[in-house]
Write a protein that binds this ligand. Sequence first.
Ligand code: EPZ
Length: 428
Amino acid sequence: MRDPVGVEALGDICITGGGPLGGTISVQSSKNAALPMMAASCLHKGTSVLRDCPRIADVDSMIRILRRMGADVRWEGKDLYLDCSILENMVIPGTYTERMRSSVILLSVMLARKGRGSLGYPGGCVIGKRPIDMHLAALEKLGVQIRESPEVIEAECGRLKGTGICFPKRSVGATQQGILAAVLADGETVLENCAREPEICWLCRYLQSMGARIAGEGSDCIRIQGVSQLEAGDFRVPPDRIVAGTYICAAAISRGCITLERFPDGELDAFLQVYRKMGGQYEGKSGKLLANGNGVRFSPGRIVTETYPGFPTDLQAPLMAVLTTIDGVSEITEQIFENRFQVVRQMNKMGADIRVEDHTAVIYGGRPLRGSRVQAQELRGGAALILMALAAEGETWLEGDSFIQRGYEHICEDLSSVGGMIKKTQEY
Ligand code: EPZ
């Protein structure tokens, strides 16, 4: 047993490499579905409920912002009650928006409710600059006046007016911004070159359940007829497809077998296609999927990330972890974000041999991995390091658990429940 005093200095999480994982995990609800649904709840002047909402840091950050705007937000078990009857404060400073970039979609909500809003810049992060030019251009097309200063974006409008908007490139956030602005606008809005991610469909289904008139979600053209008001929402947040994919990678990297309950059927087809092509076995039916890496001799892969329904950029790092344990040369090309290979340096500290050439990471897999002290710098890279540590010889100490907690509700407990040797330092 280590000296508890010294432990914090080593990191937040200690993972000891071991054998194949085995057991069942129930997949948490989706961060990237819950956040826009929380924003959408503000469009109803009353109380809406998001059931089985994930208790993760990004949801906490969004709750903080909504409370600052005047909403009364409270948990009842796993259900989140959002009373948005009174929203008075339409100013969100940078201290809030830097922590939670997706708060930018609240701009449309503030404009729909009050005709004005002021927002600190979302700021970039290690994976990319995260610009919001397409968000702002869409709002201007709907009749919004935007004023940008070095610290804040100020926006105001009379009534939002329906119009045609064609996004220069596919953006999940900008599509959500357009939808949230259009549902209470005057007249019809046609959004073209929309993102087709499942989270767009879930946002639209939630809004439709509140009385919004939306058609075409999941395609690249979404038509919205503005309505005068929305009713209260009461909706179950769907399972998280990226967390599900992360756990399939855990089965693969440990050569184990994990059954996932609450599996998001039909939302991970491109990922599963790659997994099967590498030799991974899986069988799934009606909300359950068994991922079997037991005894599989995986073959290297060549992956290119794309917008949905292509291979998801958010699973690029977890899959890279798996590829470091597979003999041969694999490649991952990242097409969505300009700087999403930060985790490579940490992976190489554990004995991997990954070389980044422009937007492609070349993985020379099969080298023995050894426990090390590593630093998570963003959410998915952090999760990938946990997976690698499960397959490494000895102990790995990971710092930066706060990044992982932004989107993973209980990854340490989940992986421990199927045999992973993972301890948080506060447990020492
Ligand atoms: C969402 O981010 C997700 N976040 C991201 O998940 C995910 O990686 C991303 O979509 C892509 O699937 C949430 O849903 C909260 P984008 P978002 O707008 O909406 C550029 C995670 O780990 N762009 O689709 O910010 C942008 O820089 C996170 O859960 C502009 O140029 O992503 C990027 O290169 C990470 N101008 C590309 O488009 C804009 O106005 C796609 O970004 C907006 C985006």
